[in-house]
Design a binder for this molecule. Structure first.
Ligand code: ZN
Length: 198
């Protein structure tokens, strides 16, 4: 199974930072994604970054890279996790929304199985944190038309790792404990998926 780890946005993406400007989503998710890939490779899994660039890569190009792997290896032999942090406001003030969530494309797809595994890991690694779920379609993940989920041909999930415009979430994200938890939940979630469905 080829495991593709994507990190949101780029150094040139406007906004996407905490209200005090200290936390930047593009930077944080790159650091997390690099650590996730490193851990997976160390454990013998075929993992790699989808977008190693500092600058933003268009969604079209990201999907193109994913689907090139799908074409080469077969869509069942590829999975994608796109790592983001969430925000509920316009970036100018601290907000109250908190918690972890994961998105898939609409309908029942392999992405739902991947998201289930990530939810399982999130419950383990983020004790005491709000795990945001949407059971309206029978499973915990949220469904959306996010471009990268809709057009990637393989199992694809997008994680929103707490809110960078909530001061408590932000503090946790930047802590050593928080970073380890976010990395571990992706590593263990993906390992669970590959062992069950790979
Ligand atoms: Zn994002």
């Amino acid at each position: 199974m080829k495991i593709l780890i994507d990190n949101g946005h780029g150094v040139n993406t406007p906004g996407k930072c905490s209200p005090d400007g200290v936390f930047r989503e593009y930077k944080y998710t790159r650091e997390i994604a690099a650590a996730v890939v490193q851990h997976l490779q160390y454990r013998g899994f075929d993992a790699q970054l989808l977008t190693p660039e500092e600058y933003d890569v268009s969604l079209r190009e990201r999907v193109n890279r994913v689907n090139t792997w799908c074409k080469k290896l077969g869509r069942k032999n590829v999975c994608l996790v796109s790592i983001h942090t969430n925000a509920s406001g316009n970036g100018k003030e601290w907000m109250t929304a908190r918690g972890w969530s994961c998105y898939t494309s609409r309908g029942q797809t392999a992405g739902d199985r991947l998201a289930d595994c990530l939810y399982h890991a999130a419950e383990l690694y983020l004790p005491g944190h709000k795990i945001r779920k949407d059971y309206s379609d029978g499973d915990p993940d949220w469904e959306s038309d996010f471009y990268i989920l809709k057009y990637s041909q393989c199992a694809a999930a997008l994680s929103e790792n707490l809110f960078h415009d909530n001061s408590d979430d932000c503090l946790f994200l930047e802590s050593v404990e928080g970073r380890n938890a976010i990395v571990s939940l992706h590593v263990e979630g993906v390992v669970r998926y590959v062992r069950q469905w790979g």
